[in-house]
Design a binder for this molecule. Structure first.
Ligand code: MF3
Ligand code: CO
Ligand code: CO
Length: 274
């Protein structure tokens, strides 16, 4: 999600009253989130064996759409139209190599040996969103690509490990930034994690960089994503004229992992596990 857009929606309320607009989910709502979260994770699991040289990103999209419908859900991404964007034209995002996020599946884009591809899915089931993504290897990765992808997944898990009541949003970003930069990689600033539930993108924003002890205090029942985008080279981005696709300015690789999580009384629960 684009930081600027969330910000435009929430700026006034957020600056004055940091907790206003952050939804705490009830036990009943959490059960719905668990169901759609599991469905999202299983969709990625279902698509994984298709990620092979010669497959188009459109084929991944079409299978995701078929499977999602067969499981009684719809894609929240298809037709999604945040401020400043045209409707997203596909059911999943497929972000290959230097594409940071929001890559649009296309029949013309054929996966080849050595590519990395992030697949980001957001099924909508019974009024609730489950948002998750993983970066997959197409065939055998180069050692450099493998390192980037492994570090990115660990960044996400280290960020999630900070989560418990009383911790701060800045603790999550700090843990991610420290680990990424210790490996010589950079952290994307413009796109952030986000509250999710009945709405696809809501408060709070979860930057993947920052300072410990700063930002909104976490409370049990908050549901949001942690979805770091980590770059091999510079952190800077270029936005393509299709008004969706985001790439690295230096065209070096970018990887991303995403889970939807809930703050529990004792810590954190990952909702997007199979
Ligand atoms: N799933 C993405 C996220 O993690 C948002 C994709 S919006 C789309 O926030 F329209 F590009 F699909
Ligand atoms: Co997502
Ligand atoms: Co998300």
């Amino acid at each position: 999600m684009n930081r600027q857009n969330v910000f435009a929606l929430t700026r006034d309320r957020q600056s004055a009253r940091p907790h206003l607009g952050i939804v705490l989910l009830s036990a009943r709502e959490l059960d719905k989130m668990r169901q759609v979260g599991r469905l999202a994770a299983r969709l990625l699991q279902h698509l994984e064996p298709m990620v092979q040289p010669g497959v188009s990103t459109q084929m991944l999209n079409d299978e995701a759409e078929r499977w999602t419908k067969a499981h009684g859900a719809t894609s929240a991404q298809l037709g999604y139209t945040p401020a400043g964007h045209p409707p997203f034209p596909r059911s999943i995002c497929t972000s290959v190599n230097e594409v940071v996020c929001h890559g649009i599946p296309s029949a013309k884009q054929i996966l080849k040996e050595g590519d990395i591809i992030n697949i980001d899915v957001t099924p909508l089931l019974d009024g609730y969103h489950g948002d998750t993504s993983r970066t997959f290897f197409v065939g055998k990765p180069s050692p450099a690509a493998q390192k980037l992808v492994e570090v990115t997944e660990t960044c996400m898990m280290r960020g999630i490990a900070e989560i418990k009541p009383g911790a701060r949003v800045g603790d999550i970003g700090a843990a991610i930034q420290e680990y990424a930069e210790a490996h010589g990689f950079s952290v994307v600033r413009e796109m952030v994690g986000h509250g999710v539930g009945r709405e696809f993108h809501t408060e709070p924003q979860i930057p993947h960089y920052g300072m410990r002890g700063t930002g909104v205090k976490l409370r049990a029942g908050m549901v949001f994503t942690v979805e770091p985008m980590i770059n091999q080279g510079v952190k800077d981005l270029t936005f393509l004229p299709d008004l969706w696709t985001v790439i690295t300015q230096d065209k070096k690789l970018s990887a991303q992992f995403e889970h939807t999580v809930v703050v529990t009384e004792t810590g954190v629960e990952i909702l997007t596990l199979p």
